[in-house]
Write a protein that binds this ligand. Sequence first.
Ligand code: SF4
Ligand code: FES
Length: 257
Amino acid sequence: MKLILHIWRQKNAASAGKMVRYELDKVNEHMSFLEMLDVLNEELTVKGEDPVCFEHDCREGICGCCGFMINGLPHGGFKNTTVCQLHMRHFKDGDELWLEPWRATAFPVLQDLLVDRSAFDRIIAAGGYISVNTGSAPDGNAIPIEKKHADMAMDAAACIGCGACVAACPNASASLFTAAKINHLALLPQGEPERRRRALAMVAQMQHEIFGSCTNIGECEAVCPKGIKLETIARMNRDYMSAAVTYREETTSAGAG
Ligand code: SF4
Ligand code: FES
């Protein structure tokens, strides 16, 4: 199969980028999308040109490293599929593909298709954990958890932090990611004691990183490779509002005293 690729090439964060056209002949339908780029990079290296820079690790859809726009859609727009899990059988001979990095102020382009997603790390560091004393692992059944809550927490925990939700959102909002990271802890008894503090801190960090606000457009849910639902954002907003009201009441009564 022959493909025509238009790929965003940018030397580093400070330089200007541009689309560059490549023709690639040796593509077969069994390759993954990243293996197809590996073939291109081998050809470029043999010719003495710089290979295309893209991020990857597990290539199994679980680490969240890979991810860029294919023809204007995050991960190519295939349902519940990361770029590394996308196979060339979805394309046909002669197809023309445009590959670009995520576009968001909070995700600056470092090189070619690679962006800096460390803003996500800082949101998690602001509160995406539970505080417990270390020691031997408690018995798995010591804390009963209602099946409905266990399922909802597991669904939220499926978020791999890829950033597709931000790239798809016209506001470049990180609400779906932040909500998933808040919810998978808030829904469990172990996460309950810090639930409100966590929501306040992680939402504040999200705003500090200059992600946009959520206006319920829903593009994030449509492109999320792990099927994270918009309702996680509603639960985050409830936690945040309740925490903000409690905080205001506490500071008002402390001031009155
Ligand atoms: S919510 Fe979905 S699209 Fe957003 S970072 Fe998590 S897995 Fe990726
Ligand atoms: S490389 Fe890990 S999810 Fe794609």
